[in-house]
Design a binder for this molecule. Structure first.
Ligand code: AMP
Ligand code: MG
Length: 432
């Protein structure tokens, strides 16, 4: 049943990967901020400048276990002619000093403890006779100082790391473990970050069964939903699995409702020229959809549209090819960038290295080839070897790859020994 006049068209001209990406990204924007517990914000983007409410460290404190003294009390001290100081107290981390240090006196102090009033230097235990004194049972009411120390020795001044009122982290910063630690050190339990996008994932196909469900002749397990959901998670989104829509209008419509509640909908399959009719008919009822040919291999057919949710929001829809490798490669090029943009990130390109190709990549129809490769490093040089047969249905060849080597669209082949650019899918330890 063909309806020729709805909002859709099949773009006969091929788009470059960059053109497709630009068109797609035009429909995505950073999402609104949310407040999140700091640990859950790992990988999210700060939506506000973070200003310190306090000095860090909050007080002058000791960098060593030792004795807090006045530097002037140590003038001329050496192992041969020590200076004897009267010990008037002690202070541990977390305590506040009870005694003042005056000329000729010292307070025993532990690392991190606040420096007592009057003291301006710390003499480490090693530079006193503390050990001999304990051993000989003489007690610690006095201490012999073996070195002359300058003012400020081993004192960590208040505000050395951060000053009260200082901007410590800027809006737009991606939160890594160090930033999460900084937030905690400032006393923040929660932080304002750009919200994570919820990405609906819908598989389509009469042949599909869910892993764990009954398998039979003519059936294949739905792997795309899981590889794509894992990709969404990996790049910081929240995947929402919407199950399998069958190749009919009712089934597709029934599943789409949930998809319209998301920030983005990803479907797989049903976008190649032969069988896009069903998908386009359903999706065109909810908005617009374009079917593109992208000058890339794998994943030439791609659909992109914008659906209108019942609440009036626009929900961008990325229709990926059904073949498992094509779905993942297209997700890496387009879906990933869209998720990162919604997360408020500005570095959207995948990391690329240069490697020496160990076997040729053939390019027979002027598309950009993303070849599945294993990158290794030997003597400081990266090498890339194909993972075998490059058919787009062979998902295990994707599982063996740690990168996608690129043969440009205008080259009929990249020969062994040539340098190729490789988009890294991962940076496993053995590649460093
Ligand atoms: P299609 O785009 O519907 O022609 O699908 C292309 C190929 O991808 C077919 O061999 C499908 O069986 C396969 N395929 C489609 N959807 C999935 C899926 N969710 N998981 C694994 N393979 C799929
Ligand atoms: Mg199908």
């Amino acid at each position: 049943m063909r309806e020729p006049h709805v909002h859709r068209h099949y773009d006969e001209s091929m788009l470059s990967v960059e053109e497709a990406l630009e068109r797609i990204l035009g429909f995505f924007h950073p999402l609104e901020p949310e407040e999140s517990p700091i640990l859950e914000a790992l990988g999210q983007v700060l939506a506000e400048d973070v200003v310190s409410p306090l000095d860090i460290p909050p007080l002058d404190n000791s960098a060593m276990d030792g004795y807090a003294v006045q530097a002037s009390s140590t003038v001329g001290a050496s192992r041969e002619s020590p200076v004897l100081l009267r010990v008037v107290g002690s202070v541990a981390a977390g305590q506040l000093p009870q005694q003042e240090v005056t000329p000729g006196t010292a307070v025993r102090i532990m690392t991190g403890a606040p420096v007592p009033m009057g003291a301006d230097a710390i003499v480490p235990f090693e530079d006193t006779d503390e050990v001999e004194r304990r051993r000989s049972g003489r007690g610690l009411s006095e201490i012999a100082i073996h070195i002359e120390v300058p003012r400020g020795a081993e004192v960590r001044p208040a505000g050395q790391d951060v000053r009260k009122g200082e901007k410590v982290l800027s809006r737009g910063t991606v939160l890594r473990p160090a930033e999460i630690g900084v937030l905690a050190s400032l006393g923040y339990g929660r932080v304002k970050v750009v919200r994570r996008p919820v990405v609906g994932i819908l598989a389509t196909g009469d042949e599909l069964v869910e892993p764990g469900d009954e398998y039979g002749p003519g059936k294949i397990y739905n792997s795309n939903s899981y590889s794509l959901a894992a990709g969404v998670l990996r790049y910081g989104g929240v995947p929402r699995l919407l199950g399998i829509a069958r190749d009919n209008l009712e089934s597709m419509n029934a599943r789409l409702g949930e998809g319209l509640k998301c920030d983005m909908l990803i479907t797989s399959a049903g976008v190649s020229k032969g069988d896009y009719d069903m998908v386009k008919d359903v999706l065109a009822q909810h908005g617009r959809i374009d079917f593109w040919s992208v000058r890339m291999r794998p994943a030439k057919p791609l659909a992109f549209g914008v659906l209108r949710a019942p609440d009036g929001r626009s929900v961008p829809h990325l229709g990926l090819p059904g073949n498992p490798v094509s779905a993942l490669v297209a997700f890496e090029q387009f879906g990933r960038a869209a998720i990162l943009k919604m997360l408020g990130k500005t570095a959207l390109a995948k990391p690329v290295i240069e490697a020496v190709l160990e076997e040729p990549i053939y390019n027979n129809d002027g598309r950009r080839v993303y070849a599945r490769v294993v990158v290794t490093r030997r003597d400081g040089t990266y090498y890339a070897r194909l993972t075998g047969n490059q058919s787009s249905n062979l998902l295990t060849s994707m599982a063996r790859a740690n990168g996608l080597a690129i043969c440009p669209e205008d080259l009929p082949r990249k020969d062994a020994g040539e340098v190729v650019r490789v988009q890294m899918l991962d940076w496993p330890e053995e590649v460093f």
